[in-house]
Design a protein around this ligand. Structure first.
Ligand code: SF4
Length: 461
């Protein structure tokens, strides 16, 4: 299955790709389905049921707000927060949706969005069922969606699509690598880097200018997010009373740099502060890029900013090689295991992000494809087993700091790989499979349900 760099890195809003962006996209998709459907004129009300992890941690992730925004016709990439707030306020007063081409539909989010705390749907931990009802409450149209991580959404039918379709899909790309071994073999046969092969694949869908401009825009949104996070103070929303820390740490680091008084390990603080800036913005519902998810959105931008601002010989021109390499690794992990906290725990989110960032950094520091693969493997290996246990279902504790530590591990992994020749004991493919198996056997308590781990070991207030 080919995953474009623009699928891996999607511009959207916080706090969660699976619990905010995915449900918003699902709701917008259901609205389009209703607009195209023959039942449109008789529909009088919309009902939504959230299942599994979406029910357990949906309130903390603002899933209900996201679903409502989707039903108002918004998609994550084009959301105008000011106009959306105005429409939400109008809905609070009227309890009516007024979608173009349809009659007004009754919808009160406090009643018509049901958090179902029963067993998850069989297809995935993050399920949503939308229904359009007539004035007597009879269901006219219904669709089930799964938010499978990274903002990706599939219907129940798409999820069950036979494998033969994926095989046909693979045949249509110049470099159809579906695992790391094939990726390395193709680099040897073609003489191209991982980024160059990925770029060739992207050119099947877009012109060279569209690819380069699109990747530049991704970096621009990532970097703006870092800048906003570095310069904002205050308490994060959600009731945990967690305060933003990035701005204060940033000021300390600037002062130390000015007076040349910082310790050598301050480099890891720079990485942490860039990542924390992004994740604080994400927790506040700001504009972010899924990398590969919102919860793990800080790692890749932090390592890329670290490369540009701190590494000798860094060049802005290498940003697209960094992001294309990272996207190639993210695609392999998503295809063969998971990037979703609800499916695989945090190893799937921050672990994947660290592997992607390590690969990207290794590539732009001159690593061979073998070293790039080694860097990704080292970073992923040392996140194996990491659970997802966000306190109160909010993407704040442990997520914000965890991105900082993930970024430092990514740089350590790239550096270690660059000191070798690329040969190593554990192939990336085996590590990805280990992650998949570990995620499969992980208790549901540790997969974005906030029913175990840190989420149930809170300090006395
Ligand atoms: S603990 Fe990790 S996987 Fe879970 S929400 Fe936080 S960042 Fe995402």
């Amino acid at each position: 299955m080919f995953l474009s760099v623009f699928d891996v890195f999607k511009i959207g809003i916080g706090p969660s790709s699976s619990h905010t962006m995915g449900p918003m996209s699902a709701a917008a998709s259901f609205l389009r389905l209703l607009q195209q459907s023959a039942t449109e004129l008789r529909a009088a009300r919309i009902r939504v049921r959230l299942h599994g992890s979406l029910a357990f941690t949906g309130k903390g992730h603002a899933t209900d707000r996201a679903v409502t925004l989707g039903l108002l016709g918004w998609c994550p990439a084009d959301l105008d927060l000011e106009e959306a707030e105005r429409q939400l306020e109008e809905l609070r007063q009227t309890h009516l949706l007024r979608p173009p081409g349809l009659p007004s539909l009754a919808f009160d989010p406090t009643v018509d969005i049901v958090f179902d705390y029963g067993p998850a749907l069989p297809g995935h931990a993050n399920g949503l069922v939308f229904a359009a009802l007539d004035s007597k409450g009879v269901i006219l149209l219904s669709e089930t969606y799964y938010s499978i991580g990274g903002g990706f959404v599939v219907t129940a039918a798409e999820r069950d699509k036979p494998k033969t379709v994926a095989v046909a899909d693979a045949a249509s790309w110049p470099y159809p690598f579906e695992n790391a071994a094939a990726m390395l073999r193709m680099t040897r046969e073609s003489g191209l880097s991982v980024a160059a092969m990925k770029r060739e694949n992207e050119l099947r869908l877009r012109s060279p200018v569209e690819v380069e401009d699109g990747v530049a825009r991704i970096w621009s949104v990532m970097n703006s997010c870092i800048e906003r996070g570095l310069n904002r103070d205050g308490e994060l929303p959600g009731g945990l009373r967690v305060r933003r820390r990035a701005s204060n740490i940033y000021q300390q680091l600037l002062a130390e740099r000015q007076s040349n008084s910082g310790q050598p390990h301050a480099a890891s603080d720079w990485l942490s502060v860039y990542a924390m800036a992004v994740n604080e913005e994400n927790a506040a519902g700001g504009k972010v890029v899924t990398s590969p998810t919102n919860g793990a959105a800080g790692v890749v931008p932090a390592v890329l900013r670290y490369y540009l601002d701190h590494c000798r010989g860094a060049e802005l021109d290498r940003v697209s090689d960094f992001l294309l390499t990272a996207a190639a690794i993210g695609g392999l992990i998503k295809h063969n295991a998971s990037i979703s906290g609800a499916e695989a725990g945090c190893q799937g989110e921050v672990g994947s992000a660290a592997a992607m960032a390590a690969a990207g950094l290794c590539a732009v520091l001159g690593g061979t494809p073998e070293q790039v693969e080694n860097a990704a493997e080292i970073a992923l290996e040392h996140h194996l087993g990491m659970t997802c246990d966000p306190v109160a279902g909010l993407v704040q504790v442990p997520c914000i700091e965890r991105n900082g530590i993930g970024a430092t591990k990514a740089v350590a992994a790239a550096s270690l790989a660059l000191r070798g020749d690329g040969s190593h004991f554990m192939p990336l493919d085996n590590c990805i499979e280990a992650m998949r198996q570990t995620g499969e056997e992980m208790s549901a308590k540790f997969k974005e349900t906030s029913l175990g781990g840190l989420a149930v070991n809170l300090p006395e207030c």
